[in-house]
Design a protein around this ligand. Structure first.
Ligand SMILES: NC(=O)c1ccc[n+]([C@@H]2O[C@H](COP(=O)([O-])OP(=O)(O)OC[C@H]3O[C@@H](n4cnc5c(N)ncnc54)[C@H](OP(=O)(O)O)[C@@H]3O)[C@@H](O)[C@H]2O)c1
Length: 295
């Protein structure tokens, strides 16, 4: 039995679909408020719980052989980085061990090891990576760059308006990864011996400059992009203002600022390693988007 947390998220939903296509038994950890009908329809066992609850995590791990941690904190989640990215994963490791599970696949983030002090999500991922490596459980850690699926709604907005908002340095590079490719690797990691006890940078095959994204949108929709490019200082101004009314949101914006202020791309050798371990070529952002947007 596989346990997938974040089963209704962008990545987790794809992982559950793939595992069910292979007729693997899957327990999907979902919230009562989540949209999980499709997962149930595909034959996943639905476990309704809250990752803020140790008891729920322990119960969800009962009888499980493989754990896939694909949840995370985002703007709409009830818990922040400390509750979801740190404590829930810590408890998952403990509960997986207690349940006699063999392997845990953890979705970290590219740059988790760079010591970004101002980014709670990066700090939580780094702490969990270290705890998992020391746990004695079999593991695979993926450190992905940004997901291509994040760009689907931006592409749809671009189709309507032709406008693209690019905050910060247009030349900053990122190896945006196809969420479908990452899901394939995530679903396969526990049963792929070459992925055992590996920490893998995971990006797409090209280190794209951020200014190239509106160009890709322009090609997809045959429309000249109008790029609005506020400086990073705009985020800093927003953070200072937020600090007066909502200090928690101010802290969370630290992760966003870190993402906007730094480059997140993979070396060609890291891409080759992924392709060789999992045995398929990684797709570009443009190929991914052509499948998802209405052209
Ligand atoms: N997106 C990216 O560009 C990116 C880049 C690098 C790394 N990552 C990492 O990759 C992983 C997957 O990201 P994603 O973008 O696919 O995530 P996502 O779409 O934001 O989904 C988050 C998932 O966590 C669930 N969740 C949140 N709070 C919960 C709680 N208290 N109890 C139970 N479930 C809860 C959500 O459930 P609901 O559906 O009910 O909200 C959802 O299924 C995360 O670990 C993320 O940090 C993402």
């Amino acid at each position: 039995m596989f346990l997938v947390t974040g089963a209704t998220g962008g990545l987790g939903r794809r992982v559950v679909r793939l595992l069910r296509e292979q007729e693997q038994p899957v327990r999907a950890f979902v919230q009562l408020t989540s949209r999980y009908g499709e997962l149930e329809h595909r034959g996943a066992q639905i476990f309704i719980g809250d990752l803020g609850s140790e008891r729920d995590i322990q119960k969800a791990c009962e009888g499980v052989r493989y754990v896939i941690s694909a949840h995370g904190s985002n703007a709409s989640s009830r818990g922040g980085a400390e509750a979801l990215d740190y404590r829930a994963n810590r408890e998952l490791i403990t509960a997986a061990q207690a349940a006699g599970a063999e392997h845990l696949t953890f979705i970290s983030v590219l740059g988790a090891d760079r010591g970004y002090e101002d980014a709670p999500v990066f700090k939580a991922k780094w702490a969990i990576e270290q705890e998992l490596r020391a746990s004695g459980l079999g593991f695979t850690i993926f450190r992905p760059s940004g997901f291509a699926s994040n760009l689907i709604s931006l592409a749809e907005q671009f189709r309507q308006t032709g406008i693209y908002l690019l905050v910060g340095d247009p030349q900053s590079r990122s190896s945006i990864i196809s969420t479908d490719d990452l899901a394939r690797m995530t679903a396969a990691a526990a049963t792929t011996s070459a992925a055992l006890n590996k920490t893998l940078a995971a990006g797409g095959p090209e280190a794209l400059q951020r200014r190239e994204i509106p160009q890709i949108f322009g090609r997809l929709f045959n429309r000249e992009p109008l790029v609005i490019n506020p400086p990073l200082a705009a985020i800093d101004g927003l953070r200072t203002l937020l600090g007066f009314v909502n200090p928690t949101a101010q802290t969370s914006l630290g992760t966003l600022r870190t993402l906007l202020a730094n480059e997140f791309f993979c070396k060609p050798t890291e891409i080759e390693q992924l392709e060789s371990i999992f045995g398929f070529p990684l797709e570009t952002l443009e190929t991914f988007l052509r499948r998802y947007v209405s052209i």
